[in-house]
Write a protein that binds this ligand. Structure first.
Ligand code: HSE
Length: 332
């Protein structure tokens, strides 16, 4: 049995989803020879630390009751530097302006020789190359399937499952909030501002929902795909971005009468990185509705491969984090 000692940094919806998934999958992980021992959980107010393993069920109920897990007043970076463990699961909220605490947490993890699995887009959008090089120099593993498409496999699909294929381009819907808004606008003939409030209740929008509707979230995900799959070295400013705020119910209806839906499509290739609303034929594989994400991967040998799935949500995102964890430690 291999014991993986890890910490969870960020205990909002995603961090709690990871804790729930680890509790649900404890016996399964044991059956493949893995024991995952969480030695610290950190939120914005402090941390719970126990080198023998924290009680995750207790952390979840304290978070619900008190709004925090904090029993000690230490930051993520301080915990990373002082507590012995090998994996940091980084699920603090995305900040694409500065990288937020997530960026500092990741560098601290690599500087102390730890592996990192993250769902946090901000640090990867700003400093992908630097993070990758720091991880490599430290001999650390760095996995981030959860940053793009939630539960929908895309990074590991392109880099591992489709290994040997040159990826020509990837095109798809990478923001569930916009997809939901456009779907509901057509169904209800309502304006984007009417549906925005409804979409916020789903709990999948960014803390600042203008990131969703102005295409910024999709652009960040394209930056991650461009760097991680196409080997480029780009940041947000290299993406041409148009959001959905100017789309009217009339435009959606007119498109529908002509056999099309309007979707916010992200596209990345070696030549172009672009987010924009586009007409998609109703029966096309990219014409998925509701909060779903979808991606068509155009490959050299395998042709076109399309995946679809839930691009957000605590347990769905935890599913991608769990798959990264098993792919790092499960085969040892
Ligand atoms: N705000 C994002 C979305 C969450 O709506 O898809 C997942 O990155």
């Amino acid at each position: 049995m291999k014991t993986v000692c890890c910490s969870i940094l960020g205990f909002g919806a995603i961090g709690q989803g990871v804790a729930q998934a680890l509790l649900m999958k404890k016996e399964y992980l044991k059956s493949i020879g893995l024991e995952v021992k969480v030695v610290a959980v950190v939120d914005s107010k402090g941390a719970t630390v126990n080198p023998q393993g924290v009680d995750l069920a207790d952390c979840l109920s304290r978070k619900k009751k008190n709004g925090t897990v904090a029993l000690e007043n230490i930051t993520g970076v301080e915990m990373i530097r002082s507590v012995n463990h090998e994996l940091v699961i980084e699920t603090t909220p995305t900040d694409i302006k500065t990288g937020g605490p997530g960026l500092q947490n990741m560098f601290a993890a690599f500087e102390t020789g730890k592996d990192v699995i993250t769902s946090n887009k901000g640090p990867l959008t700003l400093k992908y190359r630097e993070l990758l090089e720091t991880a490599k120099a430290a001999g650390s593993k760095f996995r981030f399937e959860a940053t793009v498409g939630g539960s929908m496999p895309i990074i590991n699909l392109a880099n591992e499952v489709l290994a040997g294929n040159r990826i020509i381009s990837i095109k798809g819907i990478l923001n569930g909030t916009c997809n939901y808004i456009l779907t509901r606008m057509l169904e209800e003939r309502a304006s984007y501002t009417d549906i925005l409030a409804e979409s916020l209740e789903l709990g999948i929008a960014e803390t600042d929902p203008t990131y969703d509707v102005e295409g910024i979230d999709t652009a960040c995900k394209l930056v991650i795909l461009a760097n991680a799959i196409f080997g480029l070295d780009v940041t947000y400013k290299d993406v041409e971005v148009t959001g959905i705020t100017k789309i009217t119910p009339e435009a959606l209806e007119m498109a529908y009468e002509r056999g099309h839906v309007i979707k916010l499509i992200g596209e990345v290739s070696r030549e172009k990185i672009q987010v924009a609303p586009r007409l998609v034929p109703i029966k096309h594989p990219l014409a998925v509705g509701g909060t779903l994400n979808v991606a068509s991967v155009y490959t050299e040998l395998a042709g076109e491969i399309t995946v679809t799935g839930k691009g957000a949500g605590p347990i769905e995102t935890a599913s991608a984090i769990l798959s990264d964890l098993i792919s790092i430690y499960g085969k040892n």
